[in-house]
Design a protein around this ligand. Structure first.
Ligand SMILES: Nc1ncnc2c1ncn2[C@@H]1O[C@H](COP(=O)(O)OP(=O)(O)O)[C@@H](O)[C@H]1O
Ligand SMILES: CC(=O)OP(=O)(O)O
Ligand SMILES: [Mg+2]
Length: 409
């Protein structure tokens, strides 16, 4: 019997599931897709078959009630291409899990005990871990015989020194409740920092990189010689940069004020800061494309939201420059980082004294390839480096399964 070489990757977000099926012999993609707006009347499933030159992209808009239903719809799409979950060629299913706490520092084969620990961490990743768990449980029900691997967003950040990971609060209280900075998007920060080194023709150990992962959730990290030394998200994915719907950094006393003076309860404050803040709270839109369109039409609220977003980003670039001491590259990634040239331009503007600059022509190029956008004279490279969390999850899941089965293929 031939050794199975395929890995299905599931990235279950709060209201979406992204998936990819890969063949690990050459990292090629056989299919990929996305289910959006889960729980709404008009959920959308986009499925793209990619094997043998690829087929036409299929798009369906139907109500999909929850993540379990989403996964069943994904399985049906894959089966229609002869790539169903019953395939003997599947070696593993890899799952993105956002919070791994202190315990999970590496990819892990999921069993009941691992599931229980991911469940225990729900209060510190309320938007993410519940969706991850449904994805895992549904996949186990479909293929109980397959290794199901969890790849944690927090894992890459476990190298942070205590000086960066600890909050300056009472140590006993912090330790009793495991309150510390964990950081997220680690799979992306790991992948992008390595790809940035490659773009510069260097080994990861040789370079210091500031990675700016700007998606709906957004985070920055300082990576020294391939190891994370600081990152902007904390106990939960709420700290740090201004995001699509999350506030990022805020004086914690704002929460006392909201309760004592504005009369909100705990859950209302949680919803305000996680879902009604960030860009959406500032101007009503969380999509950077829409915000740019409004700015072009002279909308002042959209312009202010953009300025607040960029101001925070610039502060983190400066902070991580200081943390690293020497910086070889600043890498922009994820939906906003890869696509929004005005964000890149504004975030780097005025930092010439730090050796940072953006070339307007290079910055305006649209491409799926990693590329340098700084002028040749600049001391520090500024780059756009597309992330690929799914490929990284597939590689890590496959490597773990191989190490367990002792297979060499
Ligand atoms: N062409 C574009 N121009 C500007 N912003 C874009 C563009 N495409 C996507 N985005 C931004 O990227 C965001 C989604 O990023 P993504 O990394 O896919 O997020 P997530 O993985 O958190 O869902 C959108 O909300 C939007 O703000
Ligand atoms: C951790 C996190 O914020 O993830 P996402 O960007 O997918 O919401
Ligand atoms: Mg993302």
């Amino acid at each position: 019997m031939t050794t199975p070489t395929r890995v299905l990757v599931l990235n279950s977000g709060s209201s979406s599931v992204k998936y990819q099926l890969l063949d690990m012999r050459d990292d090629s993609r056989l299919a990929q897709g996305l289910v959006e707006r889960i729980g709404e009347q008009s959920s959308r499933l986009v499925h793209t078959p990619l094997q043998g030159g690829g087929g036409a992209r299929r798009e369906t808009t139907v109500p999909i009630a929850d993540h379990a239903a989403a996964l069943k719809a994904v399985a049906a799409e894959l089966a229609a291409d002869g790539l169903g979950l019953d395939s003997p060629e599947l070696a593993a299913i890899g799952h993105r899990v956002v919070h791994g706490g202190l315990r999970f520092t590496a990819p892990t084969v999921i069993d009941d005990e691992v599931l229980a620990e991911i469940e225990r961490l729900v209060p510190v990743a309320p938007l993410h871990n519940p969706a991850n768990l449904v994805g895992i449980r549904t996949a186990i029900a479909m293929r109980p015989d397959l290794p199901q691997v969890a790849v944690f967003d927090t894992a890459f950040h476990t190298t942070m020194p205590e000086s960066a990971a600890r909050y300056a609060i009472d140590v006993e209280t912090a330790d009793a409740h495991r309150i510390r900075r964990y950081g997220f998007h680690g799979t992306s920060h790991a992948y992008v920092s390595r790809e940035t080194a490659r773009l510069l023709g260097k080994e990861p150990e040789e370079v210091n990189v500031i990675v700016l992962h700007l998606g709906n959730g957004a985070s920055a990290s300082a990576v020294r010689g391939g190891r994370c030394v600081d990152t902007s998200m904390g106990l939960t994915p709420l700290e740090g940069l201004v995001m699509g719907t999350r506030s990022g950094d805020i004086d914690p006393a704002v929460t006392f004020h909201l309760k004592r003076v504005a009369g909100m309860d705990e859950d209302e404050v949680d919803v305000l800061l996680n879902k009604k803040s960030g860009l959406v709270g500032l101007c009503g839109d969380n999509d950077m494309r829409e915000i740019r369109r409004r700015i072009d039409e002279g909308d002042e609220r959209a312009a202010l939201a953009f300025d607040i977003y960029v101001h925070r980003l610039k502060k983190y670039i400066g902070a991580y420059y200081a943390v690293l001491g020497r910086v070889d590259a600043v890498a922009f990634t994820a939906g906003v980082g890869e696509n929004a040239a005005p964000v890149r331009e504004a975030a780097i503007a005025g930092l010439e004294e730090l050796g940072l600059a953006v070339d307007a022509d290079l910055n305006s190029v649209r491409s799926d390839e990693a590329r340098v956008i700084s002028p040749v004279y600049a001391r520090v490279a500024v780059a756009v480096v597309p992330t690929d969390e799914e490929l990284e999850i597939a590689r890590q899941s496959h490597a773990l399964v191989q190490s367990i089965t002792g297979s060499n293929e």
